[in-house]
Ligand binder design. Structure first.
Ligand code: DGL
Length: 298
């Protein structure tokens, strides 16, 4: 079967793997949470390292790349697709939902909901790539989540009536995370510059709106101060994945042991070398190279 052929739904069952993709290695922070929450599930991860970063790409390019990856994962008979990249989630989710044969999960809404639920003063900050910020998707998701909570008369309804959402693009953060500069003076200086307006405006809840940012958590938290709550959506995304599998009767019944496969559109050794901290320790092995040229040819 070629990458562009859509797997028949007959090929999919409870033991099929979950497909997860990101522009590179950031999505491994989400994969780690999925493994933790759903230890019986097999996974196939695709990192588009050869074409990253997505955070500086246009809407059309991100949609095109994400669609190609979705087709590739479908050719591997995945039972679900997790867009473990905020930039791809904010630009390509609607398209993938429309054309995918299997359920699709994005990473924006779970973090937005958490932020609306947990803010104490209604001042929510979002830090993300430029592509994510310019999409405006986080802002809409937080506003919608706040409306739902107000309708449900949640305990923080009053503060949510005066909701203020501020989004700041932090394009250097992803490179600093990949460079391993998680807590260096340079990283602190960059964080102080990016986060200044959020501190001045009294942000009490800050969403880490890029899958690379959990690695910079200590610096970001140190700069924002202890009164700011940081939201890393990885665990809420994993909960969402569990709910969707459950609703679709696709949860692994435990009849097979889980398997973990990795694909990258760049050098597999480089991918594996960089992956360890993003996975919180373990190093992937047997990563396969996939040329993105093959997405176009087939
Ligand atoms: N992982 C991407 C995200 O969550 C950021 C990295 C990139 O720009 O490709 O938005």
């Amino acid at each position: 079967m070629t990458h562009n052929e859509i797997s028949s739904l007959a090929d999919i069952n409870r033991t099929s793997p979950i497909g997860i993709f990101d522009s590179g290695i950031g999505g491994l922070t989400v994969l780690k949470e999925i493994w933790h929450t759903l230890p019986g599930e097999s996974t196939i991860y695709f990192g588009d390292n050869g074409r990253q970063p997505y955070g500086s790409k246009s809407h059309d390019t991100i949609v095109k790349y994400s669609t190609e990856i979705m087709r590739f994962l479908e050719s591997k008979h995945v039972k679900m697709i997790v867009i473990a990249c905020n930039s791809a989630s904010s630009h390509a989710y609607e398209t993938l939902c429309r054309i995918s044969k299997v359920p699709v999960v994005e990473v924006i809404t779970p973090g937005a909901r958490q932020a609306a639920k947990r803010t104490r003063n209604g001042k929510i900050g979002i830090i993300a790539t430029r592509a994510t910020v310019t999409s405006g998707v986080y802002n809409s998701a937080v506003v919608q989540a706040a409306k739902n909570l107000i309708n449900d008369e949640s305990p923080n309804s009053e503060v949510l009536r005066s909701l203020e959402v501020r989004e700041v693009a932090c394009p250097l953060f992803a490179s600093l995370a990949e460079e391993g500069w998680w807590d260096t003076p340079v990283t602190r200086m960059v964080a102080e510059t990016y986060l200044q307006t959020l501190i001045e405006s009294g942000t009490d809840t800050l969403v880490l709106g890029c899958t690379h940012y959990p690695l910079l958590r200590d610096v970001i938290s140190g700069v924002m101060g202890e009164n700011t709550l940081l939201i890393d959506s990885g665990s809420s995304v994993a909960e969402k994945v569990r709910d969707v599998l459950d609703k679709n009767h696709l949860m692994n019944d435990g009849s097979t042991l889980p398997t973990y496969q990795f694909y990258t559109s760049d050098d597999p050794h480089m991918f594996e070398n960089m992956a360890t901290p993003f996975l919180g320790g373990g190093r992937p092995s047997g990563t396969c190279y996939v040329s993105t040229d093959s997405f176009r040819e087939e």
